[in-house]
Structure formats: C-alpha cells, structure tokens
Design a protein around this ligand. Structure first.
Ligand SMILES: Nc1ncnc2c1ncn2[C@@H]1O[C@H](COP(=O)(O)OP(=O)(O)OP(=O)(O)O)[C@@H](O)[C@H]1O
Length: 247
C-alpha cells in the first residue's frame, strides 16, 4: 500500500519544507533504463526528524540525493523550501544547496585540515558570513559537539566517532534548514553512533532544523519523530516501522 505520510493533524495547514508528489526516477537509458523510484509521495515539515529505512537497493539514497538537490528531479514534483526542483537549473540547485547540511557515512573531512578548518570551510561558502566571526562560530560549534579538546587537531588524528562529530558540526554550523544524513552511524561503534545521532537530534531541535536520515541501524530508530520505509523503490506502509517513535 502506498501512502502520503502526514505525521499528525497539526501539519495539515503548515507548508512542508520538503514535498514529493508522484515522484519517479530512472537510471540509464534505452533498453537499460531502469526505474528506481515509483510514485513517491512524502511531505516533511520544519523541525521533524525523519528516519528512512528499508532493504539495500530499495532507493533510499536515490531519494535522499534528489531531496538534497544533488541530482535533478526527472518526473513528478519535488519541492524543497517551496522551490520546484523538477526542471530546476544548476544555478537554482546550487543556491538551494546552501540551505542544506550533508552528513555521510564516510565523513568526507579534509584530512590535511584541522577540525576547526574543516568546519570553517562550510561557513566560508556563505556570503552572509563574510563579515562574521567564522573562527569563533566554528569553535563554538565544535564545543557543542563535545570536541573542545580537539579543535586544532588534524582530522587524520581523530577517532571515527570524533570525525563524525566534526562532520556534524560542519553540517550544522551554518544553521541549515535541512540536514540530510546517509548512514551516519555505519562506520561507528554502538556508543559513538548513539552519541553522534543524539548530538544531531539536540542541535536540530535547538535550530528547528529538519533532519532526513537514512539508516539500517535499528539502534537509533527511537530518535525519529517519524519513520518511513522504502521497498523496491516505493514508500511502503510497514506497521512495524511507521509508528510514531517516542522522543
Ligand atoms: N548511478 C546509478 N546508476 C544505475 N543504477 C543505480 C545508480 N544508483 C542507484 N542505482 C540503482 O537504483 C536502485 C536504488 O539504489 P539506492 O542506492 O538508492 O538504494 P539504497 O536503498 O540506498 O541501497 P543501500 O541501502 O544499499 O545504500 C538500485 O537498484 C541501484 O542499483
């Protein structure tokens, strides 16, 4: 059964920050053309933490990258912060991406830079930050993720959990409206993974930022306000996973 997920009635008048309607996506062309997403209908609201789960190959990363403006929407409607991404220009996508923080399994830190320099880089992409204290803001963010002792350490010399916390600081330092996270705990042990998502949850609630997180990690499902389940390229109803998770 395919549904449009609405987490509760209070959203019925709010405008979603992400809205997919009848969204389809294909890879390849000609005879090799293969449909990866089918009729996705999903509204996500400000401040929500949504976890997307489902089997390998079900289309989670494809949907996440579409919602992050990292690939073009081909068919159907996908609105991000009110802007239609179907047929959006590269310039529009680039502009929208400044409102989004990204956290991936491989933290993608620049290993020849320090923790602070990695976080700073994200701020330097924002013109409005040019006359602000980017150093002070970066340090404050690293303190918020518990890395006050590691500010000037090179990324290479940090543990996996610490690197992921730098990645969280980098994603959230510019106060994005949306954070997209793909398997952020996959490379971490149980405690580091838990710590990382709890930091994300706390900071996101403080900044009223929306988080869409893809994971296979059942140990972190409880941080979600809502869980959606993908199967064979479709958003599917799954009574075990679409319950409202306790906060
Ligand atoms: N660049 C690509 N070219 C062709 N097919 C692709 C491409 N990216 C993904 N696919 C296919 O689209 C489908 C969905 O893949 P996707 O990576 O979105 O799944 P997933 O649910 O994120 O999987 P996993 O949990 O293993 O990361 C799969 O059948 C995959 O093989």
């Amino acid at each position: 059964m395919i549904q449009t997920w609405q987490s509760d009635q209070s959203h019925s008048t709010a405008v979603p920050v992400i809205s997919a309607q009848q969204l389809n996506h294909y890879f390849g062309s000609g005879e090799l053309r293969k449909q990866a997403l089918f009729d996705i209908n999903l509204d996500i609201y400000a401040g929500e933490i949504i976890i997307m789960t489902g089997p390998s190959g079900s289309g989670k990363t494809t949907l996440l990258t579409l919602m992050g403006g990292l690939r073009s929407a081909q068919e159907g409607s996908l609105k991000l912060l009110g802007q239609e991404l179907h047929n959006a220009s590269k310039q529009q996508l680039t502009h929208l991406r400044r409102n989004i923080g990204y956290i991936f399994q491989a933290h993608n830190l620049l290993t020849f830079l320090t923790a602070k320099q990695n976080v700073r880089m994200s701020l330097e992409l924002h013109e409005e930050m040019f006359d602000r204290d980017v150093d002070g803001t970066s340090v404050a963010m690293l303190e918020a993720v518990g890395l006050q002792q590691r500010i000037d350490y090179y990324a290479d010399s940090l543990s996996g959990g610490q690197k992921q916390r730098v990645a969280i600081a980098r994603a959230l330092v510019s106060q994005p409206k949306i954070v997209l996270a793909d398997e952020p705990t996959a490379a971490l042990d149980k405690k580091s993974g838990r710590d990382a998502v709890e930091i994300m949850q706390k900071l996101a609630k403080e900044q009223s930022c929306t988080i869409l997180l893809v994971t296979h990690d059942n140990r972190i499902l409880d941080i979600a306000d809502r869980i959606v389940y993908m199967e064979d390229g479709r958003l599917a109803a799954n009574p075990e996973t679409t319950i409202m998770a306790p906060n």
